[in-house]
Write a protein that binds this ligand. Structure first.
Ligand code: GLC
Length: 539
């Protein structure tokens, strides 16, 4: 089908690190595989599915939090950073998972949640026990405003004030999320030391990298001034958007703490961290740091999620991001979905699903793939009575606030619970209504399935290393609904043609050998691009 690659893969990938040439596959552990019949996924379940994950051609598996937690935010509220929650398993089972992943040639990344702990954490329990407890300053406390209310107008991401009163002391503590997720005080060096030891603990256990939760929120401005109103806020949008956030986000101190964090990672060989950061490009790229003062290896680029899905907008962003990354000496990365964002197939529409998947896996930079997106899993409508996500429950008037729709169980096979949990068990979130037809088993042997299209894309990345390290350049076409670009390196060139529209588009002047089409055939490279087609040409 495809002609032999002209350049040896090792030659081209040799200079790239694993987190540059590899694909990161995100698992939401509650929803991957339930091995003990409690309706919630667990570590032995994931271990059992590692051969499947390896068959996808991904490099690393990122697990959303698996640490001890009261689960009020489903694990993003950590009560012990150095232990596994019994719901997910044990440290021994985690060691087995890591060993098995490594045996299969994959890396394991954990979700590190440094901005806040659970209020159940022993540190917070001590902090709240008295104002002179040594741990008091490990969290962020302020006296009430003169009227006795919260110290200022700061808001929680999950709606309402970012301050909760501790009646015993009369002081308020800060929480950018739930009241049960108090913000750690990163200004305190003891907090930093303790949190850096957490990283060392897991790296010593063999963990290869970390996704760092809300890393751009670590520090707040110490003047505790009110944040300004956002003039663009509209009813139906999240409460948190009512304000702009000059004092609670992206502070200079945060950059300092991340540089310190990076030095801890660099105590170990070949580890990496990717930071969760929702910021515009010019404030995002600085999170890579500079050669002398490095920060995160990858600052998550969420712009494919946030942009309108049009060829022009995506091209314009890809051009400026690629150029700015090169200028900043930063390695690019791309994301279409995660556990906080609605499924991308639902967002771009079924017709555009493969166009988006092709884009993700052929642009220059590390792709992150959310579990189930390789099958074309879609949002699952969850009625309010069945909703469990606090972000949704606290904002009933914001229709898109709940993240349950994108967190439903993995669809393995037709039949009870789609193979996610044993028959007769009620999963923690309902299965998708299409689980009987959209599942791994049904797609496994169908050469034209979404799953095998995904595998064809990852195979292309192996066969044509120009897709990993090659330069990116977008191409002009006569059509505003076509995004075309080429990747070139060492005499090898692949051209990617993406039809964002439903019209047939003639693209004279592009010729070569078609190596993949999203429409399951290999049309002549000079033939017109069909509606919603993604095509890759070797030339
Ligand atoms: C991050 C996580 C999200 C969580 C929040 C609080 O945004 O991705 O799921 O609710 O942080 O930890």
């Amino acid at each position: 089908m495809t002609q032999a690659p002209q350049v040896d893969a090792a030659t081209l990938t040799g200079e790239l690190k694993w987190w540059q040439h590899g694909i990161i596959y995100q698992i939401y552990p509650r929803s991957y595989q339930d091995s003990n019949g409690d309706g919630v996924g667990d570590l032995p379940g994931i271990t059992a599915r590692l051969p499947y994950i390896a068959s996808l051609g991904v490099e690393a598996v990122w697990l959303s939090p698996i640490f001890k937690s009261p689960m009020r935010d489903f694990g993003y509220d950590v009560a012990d950073y150095c232990d596994i929650d019994p719901l997910f398993g044990t440290l021994e089972q985690f060691d087995t998972l890591v060993a098995e992943a490594h045996r299969l040639g994959m890396k394991i990344m954990l979700d590190y949640v440094p901005n806040h702990s659970s209020s159940d954490h022993a540190w917070f329990q001590e902090a709240i026990s008295s104002t002179d407890n040594p741990k008091r300053d490990w969290y962020v406390w302020q006296n009430p405003a003169p009227d006795g209310g919260p110290p200022n107008n700061w808001k929680s991401f999950f709606a309402g004030p970012a301050w909760t009163l501790d009646a015993a002391s009369g002081q308020y503590y800060l929480h950018q999320f739930l009241p049960s997720q108090p913000d750690l005080n990163w200004r305190n060096p003891d907090v930093r030391a303790a949190m850096f030891d957490v990283l060392r603990f897991w790296m010593r256990r063999g963990v290869d990298g970390f996704r760092v939760d809300v890393i751009w929120l670590l520090a707040e401005d110490e003047r505790y001034l009110d944040e300004p109103e956002n003039p663009h806020w509209q009813p139906g949008q999240p409460d948190h958007w009512r304000l702009e956030h000059p004092y609670t986000q992206d502070q200079p101190e945060t950059h300092e703490y991340i540089r310190e964090m990076r030095r801890v990672l660099d105590e170990f060989d070949d580890r990496m961290m990717v930071g969760e950061i929702y910021l515009p490009l010019e404030r995002l790229l600085p999170y890579s740091g500079t050669p002398d003062a490095q920060m995160v290896h990858l600052p998550f680029n969420f712009h494919l999620i946030l942009l309108p899905w049009t060829a022009n907008e995506v091209r314009a962003f890809a051009d400026s991001y690629d150029a700015a990354s090169t200028l900043a000496g930063a390695w690019p990365n791309w994301v279409l979905g995660n556990h906080d964002q609605h499924r991308f197939k639902s967002r771009v529409g079924a017709a555009q699903y493969r166009v988006a998947q092709t884009l993700l896996l052929t642009l220059r930079g590390t792709p992150t793939v959310y579990y189930g997106d390789e099958l074309g899993m879609e949002n699952v409508a969850i009625p309010f009575e069945q909703m469990v996500d606090p972000a949704g429950l606290q904002q009933p008037d914001v229709p898109s606030a709940s993240r349950d729709p994108e967190r439903t169980p993995m669809q393995w096979e037709a039949g009870p619970n789609a193979g996610f949990a044993p028959a007769g068990v009620t999963p923690w979130l309902p299965l998708a209504p299409d689980a009987d037809t959209v599942n791994v088993q049904a797609q496994q042997d169908d050469p034209h399935s979404d799953l095998n299209y995904f595998r064809a894309l990852t195979k292309l990345r192996r066969d044509y290393p120009v897709l990993l390290g090659g330069d990116y350049r977008s191409l002009d076409t006569d059509h505003s609904d076509v995004f075309a670009f080429e990747r070139t390196q060492g005499g090898q060139r692949l051209t990617v043609l993406l039809n964002f529209g439903a019209e047939t588009r003639d693209l004279s002047g592009i010729s070569g050998q078609t190596v993949l089409s999203s429409l399951n055939d290999l049309p002549d490279s000079t033939s017109a691009l069909r509606p919603n087609e993604a095509r890759i040409i070797l030339n």
